[in-house]
Design a binder for this molecule. Structure first.
Ligand code: ADP
Length: 169
């Protein structure tokens, strides 16, 4: 059974096996969680991302997929980069958002990661409503078939923390 825990804070300050990055498809950095991870992870993370762009992901990482790199100077062994969907009112993209959590846990299992920290993917710059983002995140992790022992959702502010807390018993 995977334990789900909630923490309010900065995901780059977590000590876990793997930290999930709410990346963009370029894999070359951006704002929000992505910017913070590259700042604190240092050049080794970016160097790995550039290698991925030069090899398997020449056109970038597709939405809903996940790929691992070194964690550089972060207190983790790996960063798992996943690209959330941009929220849309005209199209239901929740399958893609669920896929981010599922694919990230698959990469974690392949690596043997036992503790994984997730941000609330897509709920920042990509505009996903927090309550719905929290619902998809918690439901997908609960239903996942994974050997990960702890999934830690790291929520930046109180509003996000409360939204995730409402999804747990
Ligand atoms: P996206 O582009 O997928 O929306 P963002 O990084 O903009 O990704 O935001 C995702 C969520 O992470 C938002 O709820 C945002 O408030 C939060 N966030 C931003 N920085 C951090 C951080 N350092 N640690 C944890 N959560 C963060």
């Amino acid at each position: 059974m995977t334990r789900i825990t909630l923490v309010q804070g900065d995901i780059t300050r977590q000590s876990v096996d793997a930290i999930v990055n709410a990346a963009n498809s370029s894999l070359l950095g951006g704002g929000g969680v992505d910017g913070a991870i590259h700042r604190r992870g240092g050049p080794a993370v970016l160097a790995d991302c550039r290698k991925l762009r030069a090899s398997r992901f020449g056109k970038g990482l597709p939405t809903g997929q996940a790929v691992a790199t070194t964690a550089g100077d972060l207190d983790a062994r790996w960063v798992i980069h996943t690209v959330g969907p941009v929220y849309s009112t005209s199209e239901d993209r929740s399958g893609l958002l669920a896929s981010c959590y599922r694919e990230s846990l698959k990469r974690a299992d392949e690596l043997g990661a036992r503790t994984v920290a997730f941000p609330a993917v897509s709920t920042g710059i990509y505009g996903w409503p927090m309550d719905d983002g929290a619902r998809i995140a918690v439901t997908t992790v609960r239903e996942a078939d994974t050997a990960v022992e702890e999934v830690r959702f790291v929520l930046f502010d109180e509003r996000a923390h409360e939204a995730f807390a409402r999804q747990l018993p």
